[in-house]
Design a protein around this ligand. Structure first.
Ligand code: KPL
Length: 311
């Protein structure tokens, strides 16, 4: 299987991080709605400066030749529109990798795309400095797999390509569980920090600590009913350990949802909170704290200008 030519649709922080890392060893085209400087700089976690030229194409003028793989790196709420803009101009069979947070678009796009679909979940930390510069804030790990447990060779091949480019990655057969675990961590942290305007580490202090615990008390039975176990330990203890570990490890960070609020962008509340509330309803579990966060973030979204698709 050849994985030389990569299209990366959605040149936000994650898309450009992947593009710049891969550009050292692969042919990379960034696909965007707006022009972007071809010379891009990545500041590495070790404070090195990596300058690379990448091809940039507008989504309405797709380049040739065709890619070996398409990475969709838009925000969750932009993924379906970006895919729709692309899909009828791609021949059937081109693999698609979904890099979105939450668990919303992944099942739908896995059905809709006419080719193999992998989902990715990553702990790589990156943020945009400006149109020509991305900060790779911290190294992480990426898991890849298909929701139906298929396309293992593709996942292994792509994990190799990413790992060799400096983004350690691994093919897994339980990507659904891994996506839900990240969703759980995001749900326990992101709405609270986004709405309070605080860094992750401030969740350790009163009254925020109790607010995280209230979320954990709702999340744990929902996740159990969905068959999602924490990585280490069981039940609420396992989720508590995971969430507080992430809070410690990211104490100085502004979470992605807080960055979105501060930049006046739409947040990923639908992809992160709505699947939990749908699951809670399905299993007849009460989730008033999650519901209040979703309602507040929806109210904020209604006041924003119509969203772009993050591409
Ligand atoms: O993934 C994150 C984010 O910022 O979205 C963390 C740091 C885990 C907080 O939920």
């Amino acid at each position: 299987m050849t994985l030389t030519r990569h299209w990366i649709v959605g040149p936000g922080a994650l898309g450009r991080l992947i593009a710049l890392r891969l550009a050292g060893s692969a042919e990379v085209t960034l696909i965007a709605r707006r022009p972007l400087p071809a010379e891009q700089t990545l500041i590495t976690p070790e404070h090195a400066t990596l300058v690379r030229r990448v091809d940039v194409a507008l989504i309405e003028a797709l380049p040739s030749p065709l890619p070996d793989v398409v990475h969709l790196t838009t925000k969750a709420h932009g993924a379906e529109a970006a895919h729709a803009a692309l899909a009828d101009r791609l021949p059937a069979g081109v693999p698609l990798v979904l890099w979105q947070n939450g668990f919303d678009v992944q099942p739908r796009l896995s059905e809709r795309h006419l080719g193999p679909v992998l989902c990715a979940t990553t702990t790589e930390g990156a943020h945009v400095q400006d149109a020509a510069q991305v900060i790779h804030a911290g190294h992480g790990h990426t898991f890849l797999g298909s929701l139906a447990g298929r396309h293992n060779d593709l996942a292994v091949g792509l994990a190799d390509v990413l790992s060799s480019a400096g983004l350690p990655a691994e093919a897994v057969d339980d990507i659904r569980v891994r996506l839900w675990r990240k969703l759980a961590v995001n749900a326990a942290i992101n709405p609270l920090v986004a709405r309070s305007g605080i860094r992750n580490g401030e969740l350790r202090e009163a009254p925020n600590r109790a607010r995280v615990e209230a979320l954990l008390a709702e999340l744990s039975p929902i996740l159990a009913a969905e068959g999602i176990a924490p990585p280490d330990g069981a039940g609420i203890e396992g989720w508590r350990r995971l969430v507080w570990q992430v809070v410690e490890a990211t104490a100085a960070n502004r979470a992605s949802m807080l960055q979105d609020v501060q930049a006046g962008r739409l947040t990923e509340h639908e992809a992160i909170l709505a699947p939990l509330l749908v699951a809670a309803e399905r299993h007849r579990l009460a989730a008033p704290v999650l519901a209040e966060h979703l309602a507040a973030l929806r109210a904020r979204a209604d006041e924003l200008a119509p969203p772009g698709d993050g591409c």
